[in-house]
Design a protein around this ligand. Structure first.
Ligand code: ASP
Length: 441
C-alpha cells in the first residue's frame, strides 16, 4: 500500500504514453495557453474557445441518449428488486464513504494550512462588483426557493427535463421507468432491446468523437490557461495549495485504500486503463461530457461488466462529486478565515455536511460547483456583502481548479464501479491484468 502513489503515477504515465496524442494535446494546450494570454491575443483566444466549446458540444450530444439507455439497460439487467436494492445500496454506501472522506480531508488540510488567513490583507473593496450581484442573487434565490429547488428535481414533465438537460429529474424518471419495465416482464423486452440498440449506437458515436479528443483537449486546455493571468495565482496560492493537497490525498491515498480494503482491484492497472477518461475530464472540466468515455474505458479496458457500468457510472456522473465537495469545503473555510469568522467545530461539521449535499446537487458541467456553493454559504448564514471580495478570488482560478476536481469526480465513479464489479464477480480480471487474478495476488 505504501507504494500506491508510485503505482498510480507510473500507471498514469504509461496510460498517457499509450494515449500520446491526447497527452500531447494537453501539454501543447498548456504551452500555447501560456504564450497567448487572453488579454494580448483576444482573437486567438476566441478561436481556441470556439474549438473547445465545439468539442464539448459534440460530446454532450451523446450524453442524454447514453444516460437514459444505460440506466434502462443497467436496471433491467440487474433484474429482480432484491438485487437492485443490493446494488443500489452498495453504490450509495461507497459513494457516501468517498465523499465523506473527501470533505474530512478538505477540512483537515484547510485547518492546517489556514489558506484564508493570509488572504485577509487582500480585501480590496473595489474589485468584482458584478460578482456581488451574482452572489447576492444566487443566495437570495436559494434562500427563497429551497422548497422549489427540491420540487424541481421531481420530474413533472420528463420530456421538458430531457429537452433542457436537467440530469437529476431525468435520472429519477428513467430509474422509475426502468424498474417498471423490469416488473412488466416479457412484454417490455422489445423496448429494452430498443434501448440496447440506442446504447450501442451512442457508444459507436463516442468512438468516432474520440478522434477529436486530442485537438479538443488542446483547445480547451489552451483556453483555460490563457484566460487566467499567472499573477492571480500569487494572491490565492495557499488556497490553491490546500486544494491541490486535498485532491492529491484523495487521488493517491483514498482511492488506493478504498480499492485495497473493499476489493482486489490493482490500483495501477485501473488508473492506467482509465487514463484517456482522466485526460478528457481534465480538458472538458465536465464529468457529464466525459461519461461516454468513462463507460468505454471501464467496459473495454478495465473489464467491468455492462450491467455494473450502465448502472453505477451514469448515476455517479451526476451524484458523486467528491472533487467538487473538496473545493466547496476548502473555499468556504477559506472565506470564513479571510473574513475572520470563528470556525467552531460545529460550524465545520455544518460546512462539511452542506458540501456533501451541495456537491451532489451540482451538475457535471464546468463551473457547476461554484454555483451550488451558494447552498453551503447560505446554510451557514453568510451574507453576500461579506463575501464579495473573497468570491472574486475564487473565480479567478475557477476553471483551472475545476479541471482537477473533475478528474476526481470521474475517477471516484470508476473506483466505485470497479469495487462493486469486483464484489459481484462482474470484473474481467484477465482483461484488466492480462492474466488471471490468482496469478496476480
Ligand atoms: N465541473 C465539475 C464536473 O463536471 C463540477 C464542478 O465542480 O463544477 O464534475
Amino acid at each position: 500500500m505504501n507504494n500506491a502513489p508510485m503505482q498510480v503515477i507510473i500507471a498514469l504515465l504509461l496510460g498517457f504514453k499509450r494515449n500520446g496524442h491526447i497527452f500531447l494535446g494537453l501539454i501543447l494546450g498548456i504551452l500555447v495557453g501560456c504564450w497567448v494570454p487572453q488579454e494580448n491575443f483576444p482573437q486567438v483566444y476566441k478561436i481556441l474557445n470556439f474549438a473547445g466549446e465545439a468539442f464539448i458540444n459534440i460530446i454532450q450530444m451523446v450524453v442524454l441518449p447514453l444516460v437514459v439507455s444505460a440506466i434502462i439497460i443497467g436496471i433491467s439487467n440487474i433484474g429482480d428488486s432484491k438485487q437492485l436494492t443490493k446494488f443500489g445500496s452498495k453504490m450509495l454506501l461507497y459513494y457516501g464513504i468517498i465523499t465523506v472522506l473527501a470533505v474530512s480531508i478538505a477540512c483537515a488540510v484547510a485547518i492546517i494550512l489556514q489558506p484564508g488567513a493570509s488572504a485577509k490583507a487582500l480585501i480590496n473593496q473595489d474589485i468584482a462588483h458584478h460578482i456581488q450581484e451574482y452572489v447576492a442573487s444566487a443566495i437570495q434565490y436559494q434562500r427563497e426557493n429551497l422548497v422549489q429547488i427540491f420540487m424541481d428535481i421531481i420530474p413533472k414533465n420528463p420530456f421538458e427535463a430531457l429537452a433542457t438537460g436537467k440530469m437529476i429529474p431525468v435520472i429519477i424518471f428513467t430509474s422509475i421507468f426502468a424498474i417498471a419495465l423490469t416488473r412488466a416482464g416479457e412484454i417490455s423486452r422489445p423496448l429494452v432491446s430498443l434501448f440496447e440498440s440506442i446504447f450501442a449506437a451512442t457508444m459507436k458515436v463516442t468512438d468516432w468523437i474520440m478522434y477529436l479528443a486530442a485537438p479538443g483537449v488542446f483547445a480547451l486546455t489552451a483556453t483555460a490557461v490563457s484566460s487566467f493571468g499567472i499573477s492571480v495565482f500569487n494572491n490565492i496560492s495557499k488556497y490553491v495549495l490546500a486544494f491541490c493537497i486535498a485532491i492529491a490525498l484523495q487521488f493517491f491515498v483514498v482511492y488506493p485504500v478504498m480499492l485495497k480494503v473493499f476489493s482486489k482491484v490493482p490500483v495501477g492497472k485501473l488508473f492506467g486503463a482509465i487514463s484517456e477518461a482522466i485526460m478528457v475530464a481534465f480538458g472538458t472540466a465536465s464529468s457529464s461530457a466525459t461519461l461516454p468515455l468513462t463507460i468505454t474505458c471501464c467496459e473495454k479496458r478495465v473489464g467491468i461488466s455492462n450491467r455494473v457500468c450502465s448502472f453505477v457510472l451514469p448515476l455517479g456522473a451526476t451524484l458523486n462529486m467528491d472533487g467538487t465537495a473538496i473545493m466547496q469545503t476548502i473555499a468556504v473555510i477559506f472565506l470564513t478565515q479571510m473574513y475572520g469568522i470563528e470556525l467552531t467545530p460545529l460550524l465545520m461539521v455544518e460546512i462539511a455536511f452542506l458540501a456533501v449535499v451541495a456537491s451532489s446537487t451540482s451538475a457535471g458541467i464546468p463551473g457547476a460547483g461554484l454555483i451550488t456553493i451558494a447552498l453551503v454559504l447560505n446554510g451557514i448564514g453568510l451574507t453576500p456583502e461579506q463575501l464579495v471580495v473573497g468570491f472574486s478570488l475564487l473565480f479567478a482560478l475557477e476553471r483551472f481548479l475545476d479541471m482537477f476536481r473533475t478528474i476526481c469526480n470521474v475517477v471516484s465513479d470508476t473506483v466505485v464501479a470497479a469495487i462493486i464489479a469486483d464484489n459481484e464477480n462482474e470484473l474481467d480480471y484477465e482483461l484488466l491484468c492480462g492474466k488471471s487474478i490468482e496469478q496476480k495476488v
